[in-house]
Design a protein around this ligand. Structure first.
Ligand code: SIN
Length: 483
């Protein structure tokens, strides 16, 4: 039973290697989205606690930065081994608090753990540079030094992977961190804190700080001179507010923000490959992903076939609690997310759109919404311009490549895009004209530890994963030297 597993997770704040209640005793409930029942409650950090967390990370900073890259790599390797061993346990925790199916929970742990391996390997490989100035006047020495105490704010949709994607490069670079997990999914982060302690992360190097008072906490930490880095994954709306606050002290920021991914089906696309990719791009995590396909643009010659096949594939999915056998799609995270998704579909239908399948909340408890396919949509409808974050595929048709490129780029976002077509030269040519940080061709899954993850336009700043992910936590120091 997962109740026992859930009750074994520490629920206080993890500061300086100690489990401590919040200074004012406040706690937040954690709700199972499949049942709407409270499964745990965890400490909700106060502003006074926030200052203590920054202090703990600051005090631990010099000793951690002074460890050798190899030592830091080995601690991350221990974390990789331990999390790999405990993948089923973590997958169940994720599934219980976030709602995703067990298979998706396992997939997330397998993805999450790779960041420990990758950055554990990168730690000893990140060297500085040395060269002679062009005029020959002096030598140029460039060192990489840790950026310092880092606030990591993670979303609820991938509670393990978004944590490890930030913790691992920060630690590899020699930084100390305060992880502020989403209030909806703090349990995975707290379980991760306990695992990292066992893996040998010294006290104060990783602090985990759930709080229901997110904006006060972020304001407090971003005002503290000891904090020098913010890495945030979440909505563009919140990112904008955090950037404004961070600008007061010119805090170094990495931002992984919202998306509105187009999925383009060119006229020569292979329909089996396309529908397979479309289902992955749309339905990973029940559509609750910033890289999820948000709108399908299909060549008019394939529009009817693609719409019918998507409707059949979506209708065949079994919706239910993520930990139950045979379930394909779990609940959404909370009621307001279901309300938002339902509101977008209802408004599109009121504007003349046609629902081919789904379009309703199933009866009974839980934050469920049926896998839905909508066609005949007005291009100006809100659903075409809003990040849906739910199991709803919107399909429109186009005639020419130029037309679809214009439609795909008609958004403030530029995170992910997908293109299907047999002629790779043509698909690459379309890809080169799409303003997007990441593009999948004939595939619906593009996240990879070794690839730079991030967006253009209002989808963010900086990149995670790859070699770039570690540089987000390093400052360059240039020394001009004669000898
Ligand atoms: C996200 O949706 O926020 C991240 C998805 C990923 O890393 O693949």
């Amino acid at each position: 039973m997962t109740d026992k597993l859930i009750s074994s997770i520490p629920t206080d704040l993890y500061i300086g290697g100690q489990w401590v209640p919040s200074s004012d005793g406040a706690r937040i409930d954690v709700v199972d989205p499949a049942t709407e029942k409270v499964i745990a409650n965890v400490a909700s950090g106060s502003v006074a606690d926030a200052t203590r967390a920054v202090e703990a990370a600051y005090d631990a900073g010099p000793a951690w930065a002074a460890t050798s890259p190899r030592q830091r790599g080995e601690v991350l390797r221990n974390a990789f081994n331990m999390l790999t061993e405990r993948r089923v346990e973590f997958a169940k925790i994720i599934s219980r608090e976030e709602g995703k199916t067990l298979a998706e929970g396992l997939g997330e742990v397998d993805y999450a753990v790779e960041f420990f391996r990758w950055f554990g390997e990168e730690a000893p490989r990140t060297m500085g540079q040395f060269g002679r100035s062009p005029a020959g006047a002096n030598n140029i020495l460039v060192d990489h030094i840790p950026v310092g105490v880092s606030l990591l704010i993670t979303p609820w949709n991938f509670p393990a992977a978004m944590g490890t994607r930030k913790i691992a490069p920060a630690l590899a670079a020699g930084c100390t961190v305060i992880l502020k997990p989403a209030s909806e999914t703090p349990l995975t982060a707290l379980a991760l804190a306990a695992l990292l302690k066992e893996a040998g992360v010294p006290d104060g190097v990783v602090n985990v700080f759930p709080s229901g008072r997110s904006s006060e906490i972020a304001n407090c930490m971003l005002s503290d001179d000891r904090l020098t880095k913010l890495s945030f994954t979440g909505s563009t709306e919140v990112g904008r507010i955090l950037l404004a606050k961070a600008s007061e002290r010119i805090v170094n920021c990495s931002m992984e923000l919202g998306g509105n991914a187009p999925f383009i089906v060119l006229e020569d696309a292979d329909m089996d490959v396309t529908v397979g990719a479309a289902m992955v791009a749309k339905m990973r995590n029940a559509g609750e992903s910033c890289v999820g396909a948000n709108r399908f643009h299909v060549h008019s010659s394939l529009y009817a076939e693609f719409s019918d096949r998507m409707a059949a594939a979506m209708a065949a999915l079994k919706v239910g609690p993520g930990l139950e056998e045979g379930i394909d799609v779990g609940p959404l995270i909370n009621k307001s997310t279901v309300d938002k998704v339902a509101g977008l579909v209802d408004a599109a239908v009121a504007g003349g759109a046609k629902v081919l399948t789904g379009g309703k909340r199933p009866p009974g408890p839980g934050f469920f919404y049926e896998p839905t396919v909508v066609t005949n949509i007005e291009r100006s409808a809100d659903i075409m311009h809003t990040e849906i974050f739910g199991p709803v595929a919107t399909i429109t048709e186009f005639e020419t490549d130029a037309e679809v490129i214009q439609q795909a780029n008609d958004t403030i976002f530029g995170l992910a895009a997908y293109i299907c077509g047999r002629d790779i030269g043509r698909a690459l040519s379309v890809a080169s004209k799409i303003d997007s940080g990441m593009i999948g061709i004939n595939r619906g899954f593009l996240s990879d530890t070794a690839a730079p993850f991030g967006g253009m336009k209002q989808s963010g700043l900086g990149r995670e994963g790859s070699q770039d992910g570690m540089h987000e936590f390093l400052e360059k120091k240039y020394i001009a030297v004669d000898w």
